[in-house]
Design a protein around this ligand. Structure first.
Ligand SMILES: Cc1cc2nc3c(=O)[nH]c(=O)nc-3n(C[C@H](O)[C@H](O)[C@H](O)COP(=O)(O)OP(=O)(O)OC[C@H]3O[C@@H](n4cnc5c(N)ncnc54)[C@H](O)[C@@H]3O)c2cc1C
Length: 359
Protein backbone atom coordinates (compact mmCIF):
# COMPACT_ATOMS: atom_id res chain seq x y z
CA UNK A 1 0.00 0.00 0.00
CA UNK A 2 1.54 3.26 -1.07
CA UNK A 3 -1.24 5.58 0.05
CA UNK A 4 -0.34 8.15 2.70
CA UNK A 5 -1.02 7.17 6.31
CA UNK A 6 -3.63 9.98 6.68
CA UNK A 7 -5.85 8.20 4.19
CA UNK A 8 -6.34 5.36 6.65
CA UNK A 9 -6.14 6.93 10.08
CA UNK A 10 -9.89 7.48 10.33
CA UNK A 11 -10.66 3.90 9.35
CA UNK A 12 -11.44 1.76 12.36
CA UNK A 13 -10.20 -1.81 12.22
CA UNK A 14 -11.30 -4.31 14.84
CA UNK A 15 -9.17 -7.42 15.17
CA UNK A 16 -10.95 -10.28 16.97
CA UNK A 17 -8.41 -12.52 18.72
CA UNK A 18 -5.03 -11.69 20.11
CA UNK A 19 -3.01 -14.79 19.34
CA UNK A 20 -0.01 -14.61 17.04
CA UNK A 21 -2.30 -14.03 14.05
CA UNK A 22 -4.25 -11.14 15.58
CA UNK A 23 -1.12 -9.48 16.92
CA UNK A 24 0.80 -9.93 13.65
CA UNK A 25 -2.03 -8.41 11.66
CA UNK A 26 -2.16 -5.44 14.03
CA UNK A 27 1.61 -5.03 13.74
CA UNK A 28 1.55 -5.08 9.94
CA UNK A 29 -1.54 -2.86 9.56
CA UNK A 30 -0.16 -0.29 11.99
CA UNK A 31 2.33 0.66 9.25
CA UNK A 32 -0.56 2.17 7.34
CA UNK A 33 -2.00 4.24 10.13
CA UNK A 34 -5.35 2.48 10.63
CA UNK A 35 -7.17 3.07 13.91
CA UNK A 36 -6.71 -0.47 15.27
CA UNK A 37 -8.27 -2.20 18.27
CA UNK A 38 -7.73 -5.83 19.29
CA UNK A 39 -10.31 -7.66 21.38
CA UNK A 40 -9.58 -10.86 23.28
CA UNK A 41 -11.09 -12.26 26.44
CA UNK A 42 -8.28 -14.65 27.31
CA UNK A 43 -5.08 -14.39 25.33
CA UNK A 44 -3.03 -16.45 27.76
CA UNK A 45 -4.71 -19.80 27.14
CA UNK A 46 -4.58 -19.74 23.37
CA UNK A 47 -2.67 -22.01 21.04
CA UNK A 48 -0.04 -19.35 20.31
CA UNK A 49 1.16 -19.58 23.91
CA UNK A 50 1.36 -23.37 23.62
CA UNK A 51 3.38 -23.35 20.39
CA UNK A 52 6.98 -24.49 20.11
CA UNK A 53 7.77 -21.79 17.55
CA UNK A 54 9.56 -23.97 15.01
CA UNK A 55 9.77 -22.34 11.59
CA UNK A 56 9.65 -25.27 9.20
CA UNK A 57 9.73 -23.83 5.72
CA UNK A 58 12.53 -25.07 3.53
CA UNK A 59 12.39 -28.56 5.02
CA UNK A 60 8.85 -28.84 3.63
CA UNK A 61 8.99 -31.26 0.70
CA UNK A 62 5.93 -30.13 -1.27
CA UNK A 63 7.45 -27.34 -3.31
CA UNK A 64 4.47 -25.88 -5.07
CA UNK A 65 1.03 -24.55 -4.28
CA UNK A 66 -0.24 -21.91 -1.87
CA UNK A 67 1.22 -23.45 1.28
CA UNK A 68 4.72 -23.45 -0.21
CA UNK A 69 4.35 -19.84 -1.38
CA UNK A 70 3.21 -18.76 2.11
CA UNK A 71 6.08 -20.63 3.77
CA UNK A 72 8.61 -19.10 1.41
CA UNK A 73 7.23 -15.62 1.94
CA UNK A 74 7.22 -15.99 5.71
CA UNK A 75 10.79 -17.26 5.84
CA UNK A 76 11.79 -14.23 3.79
CA UNK A 77 9.84 -11.87 6.07
CA UNK A 78 10.69 -13.27 9.51
CA UNK A 79 14.30 -11.96 9.60
CA UNK A 80 13.02 -8.51 8.55
CA UNK A 81 10.29 -8.56 11.19
CA UNK A 82 12.70 -9.73 13.88
CA UNK A 83 15.07 -6.96 12.90
CA UNK A 84 12.35 -4.35 13.47
CA UNK A 85 11.00 -6.03 16.60
CA UNK A 86 14.46 -6.18 18.16
CA UNK A 87 14.24 -2.42 18.69
CA UNK A 88 11.43 -3.23 21.16
CA UNK A 89 13.09 -6.29 22.69
CA UNK A 90 16.71 -7.19 21.99
CA UNK A 91 16.13 -10.74 23.30
CA UNK A 92 14.00 -11.69 20.30
CA UNK A 93 15.88 -13.77 17.76
CA UNK A 94 15.64 -16.63 15.31
CA UNK A 95 17.59 -19.69 16.39
CA UNK A 96 18.98 -21.75 13.52
CA UNK A 97 19.60 -24.33 12.05
CA UNK A 98 17.03 -27.14 12.21
CA UNK A 99 18.05 -30.79 11.85
CA UNK A 100 15.70 -33.43 10.51
CA UNK A 101 16.72 -36.95 11.57
CA UNK A 102 15.43 -40.46 11.14
CA UNK A 103 16.50 -44.03 11.83
CA UNK A 104 14.51 -45.30 8.84
CA UNK A 105 16.97 -46.00 6.03
CA UNK A 106 14.41 -45.49 3.26
CA UNK A 107 13.32 -42.15 4.71
CA UNK A 108 16.94 -41.10 5.07
CA UNK A 109 17.60 -41.86 1.40
CA UNK A 110 14.62 -39.72 0.44
CA UNK A 111 15.80 -36.92 2.73
CA UNK A 112 19.28 -37.06 1.18
CA UNK A 113 17.90 -36.80 -2.36
CA UNK A 114 15.64 -33.95 -1.28
CA UNK A 115 18.52 -32.06 0.39
CA UNK A 116 20.87 -32.61 -2.55
CA UNK A 117 18.24 -31.28 -4.95
CA UNK A 118 17.63 -28.21 -2.83
CA UNK A 119 21.04 -27.05 -1.71
CA UNK A 120 20.20 -23.56 -2.99
CA UNK A 121 17.60 -23.44 -0.20
CA UNK A 122 20.19 -24.06 2.52
CA UNK A 123 19.63 -27.81 2.80
CA UNK A 124 22.53 -30.17 3.36
CA UNK A 125 22.93 -33.88 4.11
CA UNK A 126 24.89 -34.49 7.32
CA UNK A 127 27.98 -36.49 6.38
CA UNK A 128 28.21 -39.93 8.01
CA UNK A 129 31.44 -39.01 9.80
CA UNK A 130 30.20 -35.60 10.96
CA UNK A 131 31.03 -34.62 14.55
CA UNK A 132 27.32 -33.70 14.98
CA UNK A 133 26.40 -37.39 15.11
CA UNK A 134 28.74 -37.95 18.05
CA UNK A 135 26.63 -35.96 20.49
CA UNK A 136 23.37 -37.09 18.89
CA UNK A 137 24.27 -40.75 19.23
CA UNK A 138 25.43 -40.23 22.79
CA UNK A 139 22.12 -38.67 23.83
CA UNK A 140 19.88 -40.91 21.72
CA UNK A 141 21.94 -44.03 22.21
CA UNK A 142 21.71 -46.86 19.69
CA UNK A 143 19.26 -45.38 17.26
CA UNK A 144 21.59 -44.76 14.33
CA UNK A 145 19.98 -41.46 13.51
CA UNK A 146 20.89 -39.80 10.22
CA UNK A 147 19.53 -36.80 8.42
CA UNK A 148 19.79 -33.35 6.97
CA UNK A 149 20.35 -29.77 8.12
CA UNK A 150 18.19 -26.86 7.09
CA UNK A 151 20.19 -23.69 7.57
CA UNK A 152 17.28 -21.35 6.89
CA UNK A 153 14.67 -23.00 9.11
CA UNK A 154 14.74 -22.38 12.83
CA UNK A 155 12.75 -21.25 15.81
CA UNK A 156 11.35 -18.13 17.41
CA UNK A 157 10.46 -18.42 21.08
CA UNK A 158 6.67 -17.83 20.91
CA UNK A 159 6.39 -16.31 24.39
CA UNK A 160 9.17 -13.81 23.69
CA UNK A 161 7.57 -13.06 20.33
CA UNK A 162 4.12 -12.42 21.80
CA UNK A 163 5.58 -10.24 24.56
CA UNK A 164 7.61 -8.28 22.02
CA UNK A 165 4.59 -7.74 19.79
CA UNK A 166 2.71 -6.45 22.86
CA UNK A 167 5.44 -3.87 23.47
CA UNK A 168 5.48 -2.87 19.79
CA UNK A 169 1.69 -2.61 19.55
CA UNK A 170 1.56 -0.46 22.68
CA UNK A 171 4.21 1.86 21.24
CA UNK A 172 2.15 2.09 18.05
CA UNK A 173 -0.98 3.10 20.01
CA UNK A 174 -2.94 -0.03 19.14
CA UNK A 175 -5.81 -0.30 21.59
CA UNK A 176 -6.67 -3.56 23.35
CA UNK A 177 -9.95 -4.59 24.96
CA UNK A 178 -10.13 -7.57 27.32
CA UNK A 179 -13.52 -8.88 26.30
CA UNK A 180 -15.27 -11.28 23.98
CA UNK A 181 -17.08 -10.45 20.76
CA UNK A 182 -20.34 -12.38 20.82
CA UNK A 183 -21.98 -11.06 17.63
CA UNK A 184 -21.15 -8.98 14.59
CA UNK A 185 -23.66 -7.43 12.21
CA UNK A 186 -23.60 -4.87 9.44
CA UNK A 187 -25.55 -1.64 10.09
CA UNK A 188 -25.26 1.55 8.01
CA UNK A 189 -22.06 0.45 6.33
CA UNK A 190 -20.36 -0.28 9.65
CA UNK A 191 -19.84 -3.43 11.62
CA UNK A 192 -21.61 -3.44 14.97
CA UNK A 193 -19.63 -5.74 17.19
CA UNK A 194 -21.33 -6.73 20.41
CA UNK A 195 -19.11 -7.34 23.42
CA UNK A 196 -20.01 -9.94 26.05
CA UNK A 197 -20.51 -7.11 28.54
CA UNK A 198 -23.18 -5.57 26.29
CA UNK A 199 -21.35 -2.62 24.73
CA UNK A 200 -21.26 -2.18 20.97
CA UNK A 201 -18.01 -1.46 19.15
CA UNK A 202 -18.35 0.05 15.68
CA UNK A 203 -15.76 -0.35 12.96
CA UNK A 204 -15.42 -0.17 9.19
CA UNK A 205 -13.34 -3.34 9.04
CA UNK A 206 -13.38 -6.52 11.14
CA UNK A 207 -10.62 -9.10 10.88
CA UNK A 208 -11.48 -12.44 12.42
CA UNK A 209 -8.33 -13.94 13.93
CA UNK A 210 -10.09 -15.98 16.57
CA UNK A 211 -9.30 -19.45 15.31
CA UNK A 212 -12.02 -22.04 15.93
CA UNK A 213 -14.44 -19.49 17.39
CA UNK A 214 -14.49 -17.45 14.20
CA UNK A 215 -17.28 -19.86 13.17
CA UNK A 216 -19.50 -18.39 15.91
CA UNK A 217 -19.31 -14.94 14.32
CA UNK A 218 -19.78 -15.93 10.68
CA UNK A 219 -23.01 -16.47 8.81
CA UNK A 220 -22.47 -20.13 8.01
CA UNK A 221 -25.42 -20.29 5.66
CA UNK A 222 -23.65 -17.90 3.30
CA UNK A 223 -20.08 -18.93 4.07
CA UNK A 224 -19.74 -22.68 4.02
CA UNK A 225 -16.77 -22.89 6.33
CA UNK A 226 -15.87 -25.81 8.55
CA UNK A 227 -13.15 -25.90 11.18
CA UNK A 228 -12.29 -28.71 13.54
CA UNK A 229 -10.19 -28.59 16.72
CA UNK A 230 -6.78 -30.23 16.66
CA UNK A 231 -5.26 -30.39 20.11
CA UNK A 232 -1.49 -30.47 20.50
CA UNK A 233 0.35 -31.54 23.64
CA UNK A 234 3.98 -30.81 24.48
CA UNK A 235 6.21 -31.72 27.43
CA UNK A 236 9.37 -30.56 29.14
CA UNK A 237 11.67 -33.34 30.35
CA UNK A 238 14.29 -33.21 33.09
CA UNK A 239 17.26 -35.51 32.60
CA UNK A 240 18.95 -36.55 35.84
CA UNK A 241 21.70 -38.70 34.34
CA UNK A 242 25.00 -37.03 35.19
CA UNK A 243 26.87 -38.01 32.02
CA UNK A 244 24.20 -36.62 29.69
CA UNK A 245 24.07 -33.01 28.59
CA UNK A 246 21.33 -31.75 26.27
CA UNK A 247 23.43 -28.72 25.46
CA UNK A 248 25.80 -31.01 23.56
CA UNK A 249 22.98 -31.47 21.03
CA UNK A 250 22.04 -29.12 18.21
CA UNK A 251 19.35 -26.82 19.62
CA UNK A 252 16.52 -27.76 17.21
CA UNK A 253 15.78 -31.30 16.13
CA UNK A 254 12.99 -33.04 14.30
CA UNK A 255 13.35 -36.77 14.92
CA UNK A 256 10.95 -39.15 13.19
CA UNK A 257 8.40 -36.34 13.07
CA UNK A 258 8.72 -35.11 16.68
CA UNK A 259 10.20 -31.70 17.44
CA UNK A 260 12.79 -31.35 20.18
CA UNK A 261 14.16 -28.10 21.59
CA UNK A 262 17.07 -28.18 24.00
CA UNK A 263 16.57 -25.69 26.80
CA UNK A 264 19.50 -26.35 29.12
CA UNK A 265 21.97 -29.04 30.17
CA UNK A 266 19.12 -30.95 31.84
CA UNK A 267 15.97 -29.87 30.03
CA UNK A 268 14.47 -30.53 26.65
CA UNK A 269 11.02 -29.89 25.13
CA UNK A 270 9.24 -32.51 23.02
CA UNK A 271 6.15 -31.81 20.94
CA UNK A 272 3.62 -32.13 19.65
CA UNK A 273 0.60 -34.39 19.22
CA UNK A 274 -2.34 -34.18 16.78
CA UNK A 275 -5.59 -34.99 18.59
CA UNK A 276 -9.00 -34.30 17.10
CA UNK A 277 -10.60 -33.34 20.39
CA UNK A 278 -10.79 -30.65 23.10
CA UNK A 279 -9.32 -32.78 25.90
CA UNK A 280 -5.71 -34.04 26.00
CA UNK A 281 -5.48 -37.81 26.01
CA UNK A 282 -2.87 -40.00 27.73
CA UNK A 283 -2.66 -42.21 24.64
CA UNK A 284 -1.29 -39.30 22.58
CA UNK A 285 0.95 -38.07 25.37
CA UNK A 286 2.58 -41.51 25.39
CA UNK A 287 3.29 -41.09 21.69
CA UNK A 288 5.66 -38.22 22.50
CA UNK A 289 7.91 -40.86 24.06
CA UNK A 290 7.64 -43.39 21.28
CA UNK A 291 9.51 -41.88 18.37
CA UNK A 292 12.62 -44.04 18.81
CA UNK A 293 13.03 -47.80 18.68
CA UNK A 294 15.67 -47.87 21.41
CA UNK A 295 14.50 -45.50 24.06
CA UNK A 296 17.21 -43.66 26.00
CA UNK A 297 16.66 -43.91 29.78
CA UNK A 298 15.89 -40.19 30.09
CA UNK A 299 13.06 -40.42 27.53
CA UNK A 300 10.48 -41.41 30.11
CA UNK A 301 7.17 -39.97 31.24
CA UNK A 302 8.35 -39.96 34.85
CA UNK A 303 10.82 -37.21 33.89
CA UNK A 304 8.11 -34.76 32.81
CA UNK A 305 8.51 -31.45 34.61
CA UNK A 306 5.92 -29.53 32.60
CA UNK A 307 3.19 -30.45 30.18
CA UNK A 308 0.79 -28.26 28.29
CA UNK A 309 -1.51 -28.20 25.31
CA UNK A 310 -3.16 -25.84 22.87
CA UNK A 311 -6.06 -26.16 20.47
CA UNK A 312 -5.50 -25.29 16.84
CA UNK A 313 -8.18 -25.06 14.16
CA UNK A 314 -8.01 -27.08 10.98
CA UNK A 315 -10.22 -26.31 7.97
CA UNK A 316 -12.28 -29.20 6.66
CA UNK A 317 -12.55 -29.61 2.91
CA UNK A 318 -10.01 -26.90 2.09
CA UNK A 319 -6.36 -26.24 2.89
CA UNK A 320 -5.05 -24.40 5.94
CA UNK A 321 -5.06 -21.45 6.60
CA UNK A 322 -8.31 -19.70 5.68
CA UNK A 323 -7.59 -16.31 4.15
CA UNK A 324 -10.86 -14.94 2.84
CA UNK A 325 -12.89 -11.80 2.32
CA UNK A 326 -16.34 -12.83 3.55
CA UNK A 327 -18.28 -9.61 2.99
CA UNK A 328 -17.39 -5.99 2.50
CA UNK A 329 -15.30 -5.05 5.52
CA UNK A 330 -15.10 -8.58 6.90
CA UNK A 331 -11.90 -10.57 6.52
CA UNK A 332 -11.20 -14.05 7.85
CA UNK A 333 -7.66 -15.00 8.83
CA UNK A 334 -8.09 -18.28 10.64
CA UNK A 335 -7.76 -22.05 10.43
CA UNK A 336 -4.07 -22.03 11.30
CA UNK A 337 -3.36 -25.61 11.97
CA UNK A 338 0.29 -26.50 12.56
CA UNK A 339 2.21 -23.49 11.35
CA UNK A 340 0.61 -20.33 12.67
CA UNK A 341 3.89 -18.93 14.01
CA UNK A 342 5.71 -19.65 10.77
CA UNK A 343 2.97 -18.27 8.53
CA UNK A 344 2.05 -15.14 10.53
CA UNK A 345 4.06 -12.57 8.50
CA UNK A 346 3.00 -13.89 5.06
CA UNK A 347 -0.66 -14.02 6.09
CA UNK A 348 -0.52 -10.52 7.62
CA UNK A 349 0.91 -9.34 4.32
CA UNK A 350 -2.03 -10.94 2.52
CA UNK A 351 -4.49 -9.14 4.83
CA UNK A 352 -2.73 -5.80 4.36
CA UNK A 353 -3.19 -6.15 0.59
CA UNK A 354 -6.71 -7.54 0.79
CA UNK A 355 -7.94 -4.74 3.06
CA UNK A 356 -7.46 -2.28 0.18
CA UNK A 357 -10.37 -3.93 -1.63
CA UNK A 358 -12.63 -3.12 1.32
CA UNK A 359 -11.91 0.60 1.54
C1 LIG B 1 1.70 -27.79 21.18
C2 LIG B 1 1.71 -26.92 19.98
C3 LIG B 1 2.91 -26.73 19.29
C4 LIG B 1 2.94 -25.90 18.16
N1 LIG B 1 4.13 -25.69 17.55
C5 LIG B 1 4.20 -24.85 16.50
C6 LIG B 1 5.44 -24.58 15.89
O1 LIG B 1 6.46 -25.14 16.29
N2 LIG B 1 5.48 -23.72 14.83
C7 LIG B 1 4.34 -23.09 14.36
O2 LIG B 1 4.45 -22.31 13.41
N3 LIG B 1 3.15 -23.34 14.93
C8 LIG B 1 3.04 -24.19 15.97
N4 LIG B 1 1.84 -24.46 16.56
C9 LIG B 1 0.63 -23.92 15.92
C10 LIG B 1 0.38 -22.50 16.35
O3 LIG B 1 0.39 -22.43 17.73
C11 LIG B 1 -0.97 -22.02 15.81
O4 LIG B 1 -1.05 -22.26 14.43
C12 LIG B 1 -1.14 -20.53 16.07
O5 LIG B 1 -0.86 -20.25 17.41
C13 LIG B 1 -2.53 -20.06 15.71
O6 LIG B 1 -2.64 -18.74 16.14
P1 LIG B 1 -4.02 -17.98 16.19
O7 LIG B 1 -3.72 -16.57 16.56
O8 LIG B 1 -4.78 -18.25 14.93
O9 LIG B 1 -4.87 -18.71 17.31
P2 LIG B 1 -4.82 -18.60 18.89
O10 LIG B 1 -3.44 -18.42 19.40
O11 LIG B 1 -5.57 -19.76 19.43
O12 LIG B 1 -5.59 -17.25 19.21
C14 LIG B 1 -6.97 -17.09 19.01
C15 LIG B 1 -7.44 -16.06 20.02
O13 LIG B 1 -8.79 -15.69 19.74
C16 LIG B 1 -9.41 -15.38 20.96
N5 LIG B 1 -10.87 -15.39 20.75
C17 LIG B 1 -11.64 -16.46 20.37
N6 LIG B 1 -12.92 -16.07 20.22
C18 LIG B 1 -12.97 -14.76 20.52
C19 LIG B 1 -14.02 -13.80 20.55
N7 LIG B 1 -15.26 -14.13 20.22
N8 LIG B 1 -13.74 -12.51 20.92
C20 LIG B 1 -12.46 -12.16 21.24
N9 LIG B 1 -11.42 -13.04 21.22
C21 LIG B 1 -11.67 -14.31 20.85
C22 LIG B 1 -8.92 -16.46 21.91
O14 LIG B 1 -9.06 -16.08 23.26
C23 LIG B 1 -7.45 -16.58 21.46
O15 LIG B 1 -6.59 -15.80 22.25
C24 LIG B 1 1.75 -25.27 17.69
C25 LIG B 1 0.55 -25.46 18.40
C26 LIG B 1 0.53 -26.27 19.52
C27 LIG B 1 -0.77 -26.44 20.25
Amino acid sequence: MNQPRDKFNKIKVLIVGSGIIGKSNAFKLSDYGFDITIVDQNEINNSSNAALGILMGKIYQKRKGRSWILRQKSLELWPKWVNILQSYNSKLRIEKPLLQLTNDLEKFKKLTTFANNNRHDGLETIETNSYIYKSINKMFEDNKLQGIISHQDGRINPRTLLETLDIALKAKNIKTIKNQIIRIEKKNNKWNCKLKTGEIFNSEIVILCNSLDSLKLINLEINKIKLKPVLGQAVEILNKEKNKNFLSLPKLLNINGKNLITLSKEKIIIGSTDEYSFQPEEFYLNKLFEFLENKPIWLDKKNITKKWFGIRSRPEGEPSPLLKSLEKGLILCSGFYKNGILLAPACSNWVSEEIKKHI
